[in-house]
Design a protein around this ligand. Structure first.
Ligand code: G16
Length: 560
């Protein structure tokens, strides 16, 4: 029996502009009549000629409203002449798993249901992002086109009577008008796990955990924060690598992440930090809602900053069989990320690229074969095995380095700093502030630091002097396609290599979140406490922006 397509009249919404990574809004916004449908139709329409006969991947992190959204997407794809959808069982797929699937199936793209590290639940956030055919997040050109379409959309097409059971794996074929439409429901973890087995030496990792490498069992604690990675982590760390079953905790994906922020940092993954403090575990990792972010801890909760994590992995990338075999090309980091990786690149004679915040800016460089590894201070690390950051991959990468160097996380870091010096780094986040004063703060700050009078100025704080070298609002030109991204963060760079960066977050669903990134380089002294070493620069950063005056906050929500 053939199913009918309906064209539904709708009114355009003016607020469907994707942020740093996809459209993120409160669930209640997505639940408005036609809101989700409009955005999905805009994504599909943006594909133009590539839409008819296309193959897309659909899945998400299991947060509240995912299932309803998957159902709508299937019906709208069917009406828009998509020929095949791969859908994760029960709508579940981690973002890295989606990226890998796009590449394997040479799909046109993917619609991913996630607001990543943002909290979930009926009163929290939902998100939809579109990934393109290289497996990576849609670049600005594509998201701008989607936004433009969304502003004038007057109807969408849907097959209201299409019923697909996404609880069972297997293929279901339908006739829509005179076209075939296939939905293949796939196991959420299988493809990703077998890919990780190709990338890493699972026998070596198994031997590490068992104790065959260091002479005693190496105990790990993996906290999935009730995000999507639970089933992946159970399969990999417990079933494949033989870790005890209680080494993977909070492994059941929950629609509201247990009421917490699924964001693996020192504040929101405090559970992991506290559990690691007693020294029972050698290695700890936590991942975010959709499995892209990671936090790495050593024994007694020794914290590895994401900027250092990137640098250590860059220095030791050939401990990973996939990277050794494919050859280590260049490295990249987002602009606010600490520059520790730059020193590794210099020593190894590899190029290091600096891009704006957002994984989408790495894609072209990777596709052009210029990058093997990239990372961001926002707890994202990944390699060219896919085009997304990949939390589970990062934990496996660290275990590979540990197995190869036969050293603890802390020893690896201390050796690294002894060789390269240390880039002390901290980030202050002021979440959910009022937008208008924050926009004003950024505007006034830009005017101040880019003024003639500020050039070469000597500033002092807590007895330290800093001489201004360069200030700007970061602008980036893509080396491959020449596209330009402007206003990517206010930078204040000093003569001694220290710097302060200010940005407004692009992932919040309401209000404004101010991020202040502070970094200084110490060639020899590497044992200091970052908050102590950076204190003068932190005070200077807060004073320059008049942060308390504009935000009304006397302390940050999160310190990393
Ligand atoms: C997203 C992007 C990341 C980016 C981060 C920055 O992370 O995928 O590439 O670094 O946003 O967030 P903000 O704009 O809030 O500073 P995720 O993990 O939320 O997808």
């Amino acid at each position: 029996m053939s199913l009918n397509v309906e064209n539904v009249k709708t009114n355009a919404f003016g607020d469907q502009k994707p942020g740093t990574s996809g459209l993120r809004k409160a669930v209640k916004v997505f639940q408005q009549p036609n809101y989700t449908e409009n955005f999905v139709q805009s994504i599909l329409s943006s594909l133009g000629d590539k839409l008819q006969g296309s193959t897309l991947i659909v899945g998400g992190d299991g947060r509240f409203y995912c299932k309803e959204a998957v159902d709508k997407i299937i019906k709208i794809c069917a009406a828009n002449k998509v020929s095949k959808l791969f859908v994760g069982q029960n709508g579940i797929l981690s973002t890295p798993a989606v990226s890998a699937l796009i590449r394997t199936h040479k799909a046109t793209g993917a619609i991913i249901l996630t607001a990543s590290h943002n909290p979930g639940g009926p009163d929290k956030d939902f998100g939809i992002k579109f990934n393109v055919s290289n497996g990576g997040p849609a670049p600005d050109g594509v998201t701008n086109a989607i936004f433009e379409l969304s502003k004038t959309l007057s109807s969408y097409s849907i097959v209201p009577n299409l019923k697909v059971d996404i609880s069972k794996c297997g293929s279901q074929v339908f006739t829509v008008g005179d076209q075939k439409f296939e939905v293949e429901v796939i196991d959420s973890v299988e493809h990703y796990v077998s890919y990780m087995k190709e990338i890493f030496d699972f026998n070596a990792l198994k031997a590490l955990i068992k104790g065959d490498i260091t002479g005693k069992p190496f105990s790990i604690l993996i906290n999935c924060l009730h995000g999507v990675t639970g089933p992946y982590a159970k399969q990999i760390f417990v079933k494949e690598l033989g870790a005890p079953s209680d080494s993977v905790v909070n492994a059941v994906p929950l629609e509201d992440f247990g009421g917490h922020h699924p964001d693996p940092n020192l504040t929101y993954a405090a559970d992991l930090v506290n559990a690691m403090k007693a020294g029972e575990y050698d290695f700890g990792a936590a991942f975010d809602g959709d499995g892209v972010r990671n936090m790495i801890l050593g024994k007694k909760a020794f914290f590895v900053t994401p900027s250092d994590s990137l640098a250590v992995l860059a220095a030791n990338l050939d401990c990973i069989p996939y990277s050794k075999q494919s050859g280590v090309k260049g490295f990249a980091r987002s602009m606010p990320t600490g520059a520790a990786v730059d020193r590794v690149g210099k020593k190894l004679g590899k190029d290091v690229y600096e891009v704006p915040t957002g994984w989408k800016y790495f894609g072209n460089l990777m596709d052009a074969g210029k990058l093997s590894l990239c990372g961001e201070e926002s707890f994202g690390t990944g390699s060219d095995h896919i085009r997304e950051k990949d939390g589970v991959w990062a934990a496996l990468a660290w275990l590979s380095v540990i197995a190869s160097l036969k050293k603890s996380v802390e020893e690896i870091l201390k050796d690294h700093w002894a060789t390269y010096g240390r880039n002390y780094f901290t980030r202050y986040d002021y979440e959910n502030c009022e937008s208008d004063p924050c926009n004003k703060m950024m505007a006034e700050l830009e005017t101040l630091v880019t003024s003639e009078a500020f050039k070469g100025k000597e500033l002092s704080s807590n007895g330290r002097k800093y001489v201004v070298k360069l200030c700007d609002n970061f602008q980036f030109t893509d080396l491959i396609d020449g596209s330009v991204a402007t206003k990517q963060g206010i930078r204040v760079l000093f003569e001694d290599g220290s710097r302060i960066v200010y940005r407004l977050s692009g992932t919040g669903s309401s209000g404004a979140t101010v991020r202040v990134y502070i970094e200084s380089y110490e060639p020899k002294e590497y044992t200091g406490e970052p908050q102590v070493v950076l204190k003068p620069l932190i005070s200077l950063a807060l004073e320059l922006a008049r942060l308390q005056e504009f935000t009304g906050r006397d302390k940050p929500t999160v310190i990393t």
